[in-house]
Design a protein around this ligand. Structure first.
Ligand SMILES: NC(=O)c1ccc[n+]([C@@H]2O[C@H](COP(=O)([O-])OP(=O)(O)OC[C@H]3O[C@@H](n4cnc5c(N)ncnc54)[C@H](O)[C@@H]3O)[C@@H](O)[C@H]2O)c1
Length: 315
């Protein structure tokens, strides 16, 4: 059956890849909400013509979500302030959009009986001594930034609503995204390093991070897994980790070096670097039948290729 979906934050990095991947035969109506705070107009260019798209330039904190969510089957709530590193300086704003905004989304989903797909983050795990999975207890979750804290608080409210039979939802803890999109951003590790290396700048690597493993997720996998949950109609209130591969920064840098001759590294200090290495298992989502298809080196190659005309780095 074709679905009517609504995507908040639809013009962002993940949202733009998602909207461009949709087909009219699977999705009869796609409503998009984005306040354009990040100016990604280009995400709306040349959308698939067989899909019935509606776009609302609105802020989720001001919009009449109860009205917008009417007759929607599934809400994919991507809107958020997503830069973890700067979230220390704008805690109130991050709390308002990421947490209060999500409470509004939950309540409008309840009122309109929409299912909710919520993208959380693997950074809710924080410092961990060994590979973690979804059974990690609440007490052992150690979010290291206001951004990750708002995601964890939102998860808890969603689970509460599911337990009280007010909502059907699924929570996906996504790894840090690599890969390209029309609404691409470059402030997370892999993309930022590709950008800096292309410009011939030193890569700003957190002093403690070179040999530490971190969970990464290819953008195609992010989009495919969202569609997988919608198509399989899995809104059982559970949490699923979604990670293409756990890699060290050294491994990321060595992939970049295959395409850019000289890569310099500058070690920097940041408030969120006191994390230990952590690896996140995706076995639970794989056990549902989801097969990961992205590859870190391919993602890096594609991103560097996009910037290939810039010759600073003598690619
Ligand atoms: N990209 C990642 O590495 C990653 C990893 C884990 C989880 N996530 C989560 O996935 C979701 C999407 O991430 P992304 O990388 O596409 O983020 P993004 O920053 O690229 O996009 C977010 C979009 O939300 C919009 N937005 C922000 N505040 C809004 C508001 N108040 N009202 C309406 N629109 C608003 C922005 O204009 C932007 O287009 C986020 O919730 C993020 O926390 C992302």
């Amino acid at each position: 059956m074709t679905k009517r979906i609504l995507i908040t934050g639809s013009l962002g990095h993940i949202g733009s890849k998602l909207i461009h991947s949709l087909t009219g035969s699977d999705y009869s109506q796609v409503t998009m909400i984005d306040n354009l705070s990040t100016q990604r107009f280009s995400s709306l260019f040349n959308l698939p013509s067989d899909v019935n798209f509606h776009y609302h330039q609105e802020d989720i904190l001001d919009a009449d979500l109860n009205k917008l969510f009417k007759d929607i089957d599934v809400v994919i709530h991507l809107a958020a302030l997503t830069d973890a590193a700067t979230s220390f300086e704008r805690e109130d704003e991050v709390e308002a959009v990421n947490y209060q905004g999500t409470l509004k989304v939950i309540s409008a989903c309840e009122a309109n009986k929409c299912k909710l797909l919520f993208p959380s983050t693997t950074s809710v795990y924080g410092s961990q001594k060994k590979e973690v999975d979804e059974n990690c207890s609440k007490e052992d979750l150690l979010p290291q930034s206001p951004y990750a804290e708002t995601k964890l608080m939102s998860e808890q409210k969603i689970i509460e609503a599911v337990i009280n039979n007010r909502l059907k939802a699924v929570i996906l803890r996504l790894g840090t995204i690599f890969g390209s999109s029309k609404g691409m951003r470059f402030h997370t590790a892999v993309n930022k390093f590709c950008w800096q290396a292309t410009l011939g700048e030193s890569l700003s690597v957190w002093s403690t991070a070179l040999d530490q493993k971190r969970p990464y997720l290819g953008l195609n996998d992010a989009v495919n897994v969202i569609k997988f949950f919608i198509e399989k109609n899995i809104f059982n209130g559970e949490i699923f980790n979604v990670v293409t591969s756990n890699c060290t920064v050294k491994e990321v840098v060595s992939c970049i070096q295959k395409y850019i001759k000289e890569v310099k590294i500058d070690f920097v200090d940041t408030e969120i670097m006191n994390q230990l290495s952590y690896e996140v298992s995706s076995k639970k989502v794989e056990s549902l039948g989801y097969k990961f298809s992205d590859d870190l080196e391919e993602g890096i190659k594609e991103t560097i290729h996009l910037l290939g005309a810039i010759k600073n780095s003598e690619i």
